[in-house]
Ligand binder design. Structure first.
Ligand SMILES: Nc1ncnc2c1ncn2[C@@H]1O[C@H](COP(=O)(O)OP(=O)(O)OP(=O)(O)O)[C@@H](O)[C@H]1O
Ligand SMILES: [Mg+2]
Length: 285
């Protein structure tokens, strides 16, 4: 019997469970198994033939030059590409053992389990409290919304800065605070995975450091995928790195391809592929 109509299978519980266990780089415990993934916009194959595993409670960075398909690939994990007219995905993405694109899977439930934080902080023009309470309310959470909001703000490392002004407009916060509010809003619906598409690119260095520290903290409890243009950021925060590039085929069309995927330390110190080495040493293009 297919048990995932309207939901995905139950992953391991996501309560804080003490210090993050040291990772065994040799063994990747996959949350997602991606095979033969291609993404089309109309007839254009923007990304071709990606095979990739995303490790449980790891931070995986997707890096590569502009236009190589990082955002396109990231959006596949929670079916955000469904919302783009003409976008089509082929190949497979398994979430544990469930096909994210399976016939009976509800994309809304996928997006609850697999949350997303965008490049530009995008709080709703509502109060701080209502921003965080929005998702739980939509999901019909009854009872003590106050404690749900507090817990999410604490986890997003914003509580101390806003606890005395929860009724203030979210738009009155600084950019870095707004981005942490968006992370709190994502956390409030208790996702298992957080996708982040260049979450720091609109932030100053201090706010960026705060978000990077927060990501490390969140990786105790969540699986995180981050797209970043900042290679130092990928090197600082991620456990594994996937390097993409855009390649021109025989007919002159550019397609995004995954070149190399490995532990971050290896990608940045001893990459196997010359294209990776050229990119990380700044010799790209
Ligand atoms: N909605 C869309 N419709 C048509 N083509 C698209 C769409 N979104 C992206 N593309 C194309 O797909 C390719 C990959 O784009 P994508 O935005 O995923 O790249 P990226 O690696 O995230 O780039 P950047 O680093 O600039 O954000 C590009 O050629 C882009 O023009
Ligand atoms: Mg992008």
């Amino acid at each position: 019997m297919n048990t995932m109509a309207g939901s995905l299978s139950s992953p391991p519980k996501t309560a804080f469970d003490g210090p993050k266990a040291p990772r065994d780089p040799a063994s990747l415990d996959p949350v997602f198994t991606v095979s033969g993934l291609s993404v089309f916009y109309g007839d254009y194959e923007a990304v071709r033939g990606v095979d990739l595993n995303i490790g449980h409670r790891e931070i995986t960075a997707l890096i590569g030059p502009s236009g190589c398909g990082k955002s396109t690939v990231l959006r596949c994990f929670n079916r955000m590409n469904d919302l783009i007219a003409g976008a089509r995905v082929s190949g497979k993405i398994l979430y544990y053992d469930e096909d994210v694109y399976g016939d009976h899977v509800d994309p809304i439930e996928v997006r609850r389990r697999i949350g997303m934080v965008f490049q530009k902080p995008n709080p709703f023009p509502k109060s701080i409290f209502d921003n965080v309470a929005y998702g739980p309310r939509v999901n019909g959470v009854k009872g003590d919304l106050g404690s749900v909001v507090e817990e999410a703000l604490v986890k997003a490392a914003l509580w101390d800065e806003v606890k005395d002004k929860l009724k203030a407009s979210a738009l009155s916060l600084s950019g870095g605070q707004q981005q942490r509010l968006c992370i709190a809003r994502t956390i409030a619906v208790k996702p298992e995975v957080i996708l982040m598409d260049e979450p720091c690119s609109a932030l100053d260095p201090i706010a960026t450091t705060k978000i990077e520290d927060l990501m490390q903290e969140l990786a105790r409890e969540y699986t995180i995928l981050i797209v970043t243009h900042n290679m130092q950021q990928a090197a600082r925060v991620s456990d594994r790195t996937a390097f993409f590039t855009a390649e021109v085929d025989d007919t002159g069309v550019r397609h995004g391809r995954l070149v190399e995927f490995d532990e971050t330390s290896r990608i940045f110190t001893n990459p196997v592929d010359k294209r990776t080495e050229d990119y990380i040493t700044g010799r790209f293009g």
